[in-house]
Design a protein around this ligand. Structure first.
Ligand code: KIV
Length: 292
């Protein structure tokens, strides 16, 4: 069942998936160990999402996570999964101030993390930045639909494209992104009709996150799929319920330590009997209460 990655997954694979109909499975990943397991399981595409702010750092929104933290964890994921197509999320504040600031920070992310692509949450305001990055040769995935970094203006984590007008403006933005040089689209929390319209009007690979079955690939926050977050969003599949086994394992450890069952003989390092005797003699000789 498991098919570990054998060769490097590139943008070419995502592009050809658009023609072949082969869907791309993408998972969020935030650390080296999980990245190793994902590569061994054959996960072709990994996203180091700014959802790290929520599931790794415990913030209620994605806004507080820093660029240096995102670079550090993206580089760790790269070391764990050198063959996966690795997308790095640019955090809030790292590309909004100007084209120069965005280009500088995105180039820093690419150089220091060795990611294959960067993702930014876009409005039409970002078109000059996308053009500048395309000119610099940086592959950009444009994130449309629900944009969690704009939760304030969107008025909460609500799905987008509810009306025909809203849907049309998402499609128009997707087209502008393609024309400006984005290499892929990610569309979050929209009805399938909206994603399908984007797919029909553009020629880029489209990754959906709660956007229906028409997309060329799907991404979910791994912790949601594994049952590690307090609630699983409607569109996320139940991959496993790891919360209870983990809680049980931690409880087992507390019990073993507190009852003295751990560590037992099997968990101890050994000292040769002759060295034990020498140590005993030294302790006796240097015992501060010893008469000599
Ligand atoms: O940060 C993230 O994990 C994301 C996905 C939810 C698409 O952007």
């Amino acid at each position: 069942m498991l098919k570990p990655l054998k060769e490097k997954v590139t943008l070419g694979h995502l592009r050809s998936a658009r023609q072949s109909g082969q869907k791309t499975a993408m998972l969020t990943c935030y650390d080296y160990t999980t990245a190793r397991l994902m590569q061994a399981a054959g996960v072709p595409a990994l996203l180091v999402g700014d959802s790290a702010a929520n599931v790794i750092l415990g913030h209620p929104t994605t806004l507080p996570v820093s660029l240096s933290f995102m670079i550090e964890i993206t580089a760790a994921v790269r070391r764990g999964a050198p063959l996966a197509f690795l997308v790095a999320d640019m955090p809030f504040g790292s590309y909004q101030a100007s084209v120069a600031q965005g280009t500088r920070n995105i180039c820093r992310m690419v150089k220091q993390s060795q990611c294959d692509c960067v993702k930014i949450e876009v409005t039409a305001h970002h078109l000059p930045l996308i053009r500048s990055l395309a000119a610099a040769g940086v592959p950009v995935m444009a994130h449309l639909g629900l944009r969690p970094q704009s939760v304030g203006v969107l008025g909460g984590y609500k799905y987008q494209g509810r009306t025909a007008d809203e849907a049309a403006s998402i499609v128009a933005l997707a087209l502008q992104m393609e024309e400006a040089g984005a290499v892929a689209l990610l569309i979050e929390a929209v009805p399938p009709e909206v994603a399908n319209a984007v797919i029909q009007r553009t020629s880029l690979p489209v990754i959906g996150c709660g956007a229906g079955p028409g997309c060329h690939g799907c991404v979910i926050v791994t912790h949601d799929g594994l049952g590690l977050t307090p609630s699983r969003p409607k569109f996320v599949p139940n991959l496993a319920e790891l919360g209870d086994p983990l809680r049980e394992a931690f409880g087992k450890y507390v019990h073993a330590v507190s009852t003295g069952a751990y560590p037992s003989a099997e968990h101890q390092y050994t000292m040769a009997p002759a060295e034990q005797d020498r140590l005993k003699a030294w302790i006796e000789k240097t015992d501060k209460n010893s008469p000599c």
